[in-house]
Design a protein around this ligand. Sequence first.
Ligand code: ARG
Length: 445
Amino acid sequence: MADTRNIILELLGQLGSSREAREYLQRFSTVDSYQFAVVKVGGGVLADELEQLASALTFLRHVGLFPIVLHGAGPQLNKALEEAGVDSEVVDGMRVTTPEVMAVARPVIYEQNMRLTEALEAKGTTCRSLLHGVFEADYLSPGKYGLVGDVVRVHKDSLRSAVNAGALPIVACMGESRSGQVMNINADVAARALVLAVEPYKVIFLTPTGGLLDDKDRIISSINLSTDYDELMQQEWVHSGMRLKLVQIKYLLDQLPGSTSVSITSATGLTKELFTHTGAGTLIRKGEGFSSLTQLTEENQHEIAQLLPRCFDRELDPGYFDQLKLQRLIWSDSRRAAAVIANGHDAIPYMDKFAVTPTARGEGLATALWHQIRKIFPKLYWRAKLNNPINDWYHRQADISMRAGDWRVFSYGFSLEEMQPLAEDALGREESWLPLPEVEEGPDE
Ligand code: ARG
């Protein structure tokens, strides 16, 4: 197993840096094995991406991770009901489950569960079908929804037992009452109950779209609920389905430890989402707040002096704070992201440092920090070394960017004429890092 793990880590490195992959693998392995992730798979994914799903899950199993898979069978059930000529109604998002509907639903759910376990087994991945015994249910409202169950208890033993035996638990959205009546459980209800009971490190929703989409149908890379939620809920383009998703995810995250995050991605994107900082899909975190200061205490200085080298891999000049004409410091509650805004030319705001630790980048803290900066400063300029990997991102945030020697100067909110003296000021600034140690030359060959 250790060998496979290494080979796979190599391969993962191809997706991003292997250091990134290792870091995430280590983090996912710190929790109890069965608490790594709950992956909710929609019936649509089972219909169209079964192979990709089985590969992605097999991959996780090979690196020693055991996601708990929960699947629905919505589209398959619709089709089966139609073919059987059974009328069924959906009320408040719940499928009213008469005994006739249940007679059709049960085999359909069994069949979808079996398709997934067979696809996994074909790849040599041991798994365990959990069609019963996980969700203990009670009638939600028998008069209104029939055999639809509300989850009253989640029996985690069967999940733990599967994982301890080296098998991936494949859970169906069905439950039974205390007296053994089988009940249909809405997939969202089941997911919520499962997540709250297991308290996994990651909550993953696999959908055909591969993430939440913005007004131009692009995938939103990350959402920091503490700073973005209210704003998002006010947007017109956030349609009712997405609104409901956001409300539900917020509700979930509010009850889970701060380290838990939700990823919405596709079966194909799953590996990249999990093992790189940038991911593939939408990452949603409870997130953290930001605060800002116009003056630094010695303790503040000490904290910043700790943060900057972690972000830039360089050592800060000890005289940095004496030279700094601080206009404002904006930083995140966890102190893993900060922007130092100084007085530039004519006291115009100059961004002296934009610092985000590597892991915080994956969490979307860079974007969240940028939103804070934009809120406070209608105009801003800054510079970056030509080879700085963040420059592509700066390009997208800036409306002017110009190259001079080893540097690039960026800005937003200024006209080209206004930029002239600002660019000169930016280029004339001292470096705030200690020089890199001289590299010793090897002997001539
Ligand atoms: N790999 C990390 C995780 O799974 C970060 C993912 C970042 N994803 C994103 N869509 N921004 O938690």
